[in-house]
Design a protein around this ligand. Structure first.
Ligand code: NDP
Length: 328
């Protein structure tokens, strides 16, 4: 039987033991569809998995990679036929089920979404979980009636994956986007994506007051911790923050004051277990609302072989925008 290459993480006492291995399809996990993977990507969570900085991997050994795009080569599902192009984001893939850092993946057909025809395979991975989460955050702001006329919208971690796609999407939709970053050298990049103004993320690192000056009609936050607490205290009356990340930390040192005195909303955003129908809504909106030139501008492409070196860099905030990994 034909063998193929995969990156595999093996459990060890000093963090994951990272190995390139040759596997056959018989080595893959259960599922009714086999996909020949063409592209994947690296998200913050993949960085955590490869470095072992957080317990993302919960079954060993594991092929990491929470996203992939590719072509169906075997299907036991009436939904998919050989030759169909599909994408996968989340569902525990790369955590408890073999993921995208391999030439083949076998998964449940329920986890797949047909590749949107308006994107190439590489573009879907330029978006990846980070970009699709940015869209889920935009949908959360819209659901809570944050409109461009209401005032500025803040995006934290703006030079990172979720942040850079969020800046591009919000700017295209007509919002006045204020980009928060720790990398002032990325200001020209963020302006080119559509940010109206750049603020230093240090502005959000102080001890949060129960209520601060009202600044934001809405916000998309990837940092959590004190940053999110400061944003909540700065939301305008009736404002909403879509919270999806923990790049600063898991804690949230806030108070009820902004909720009961300003009626603000903290909208939690998860991308991993979102039902399929909502994923399709998000991908359809990405097709219409994401500027392809800006997507190209925020994307870098590497061969899969470089993913191990990229992992600590993404955790250190040294990766700009999004990364496409070419599997072959
Ligand atoms: P990236 O590493 O690409 O971007 C994170 C950015 O956060 C960095 O580039 C940096 O941006 C900023 N940052 C880093 N450290 C800090 C800090 N201490 N305080 C404030 N900002 C900081 O990661 P992603 O964009 O892929 O993911 C961002 C977060 O969102 C992660 O925590 C990730 O786990 C989470 N996430 C959650 C999802 C969900 O389903 N809920 C899905 C996808 C991601 P800058 O240099 O511009 O300040």
């Amino acid at each position: 039987m034909e063998s193929f290459k995969a990156l595999q993480l093996h459990k060890s006492d000093s963090g994951p033991d990272v190995r390139w291995v040759d596997l056959t399809k018989d080595d893959l996990m259960e599922g009714d569809v086999v996909v020949r993977v063409s592209h994947s990507t690296i998200n913050y969570k993949d960085g955590l998995a490869i470095t072992g900085k957080a317990p993302v991997v919960r079954k060993w050994p594991m092929i990491p990679g929470i996203d992939f795009c590719g072509t169906v080569v075997e299907s036991g599902s009436p939904e998919y036929a050989e030759g169909d192009e599909v994408i996968l984001n989340g569902w525990g893939v790369g955590e408890t089920h073999f993921g995208g850092y391999a030439q083949y993946a076998r998964v449940s057909s329920d986890w797949l979404v047909p590749k949107p025809s308006g994107f190439s395979a590489a573009q879907t991975m330029a978006i990846g979980t980070a970009g699709y989460t940015a869209m889920l955050c935009v949908l959360a702001l819209e659901k809570n009636a944050v409109s461009p006329a209401d005032g500025p919208v803040l995006v934290t971690g703006a030079s990172g994956g979720v942040g850079s796609v969020a800046v591009s999407l919000l700017a295209k939709l007509g919002y006045q986007v204020i980009a928060s970053t720790g990398r002032q050298e990325e200001a020209p990049f963020l302006k080119s994506l559509g940010a109206a103004e750049i603020v230093d993320r240090a502005e959000f690192s102080g001890s949060p007051k129960p209520l601060s000056k009202e600044r934001w009609a809405g916000a998309i936050d990837v940092a959590g911790s004190g940053t999110l607490a400061n944003i909540i205290s700065q939301l305008q009356y009736g404002g909403t923050v879509a919270a999806c990340g923990l790049a600063q930390g898991m804690d949230l040192p806030t108070s009820v004051a902004p909720f009961i005195l300003r009626g603000v909303t903290l909208a939690g955003v998860d991308s991993v277990m979102v039902p399929r129908e909502r994923r399709i809504v998000a991908w359809n909106r990405l097709e219409t609302d994401l500027d392809r030139d800006k997507l190209a501008e925020l994307t870098q492409t590497f061969p899969l072989s470089e993913v191990v070196e990229l992992a600590p860099k993404i955790l250190a905030g040294q990766v700009r925008g999004r990364v496409v990994l070419e599997i072959d």
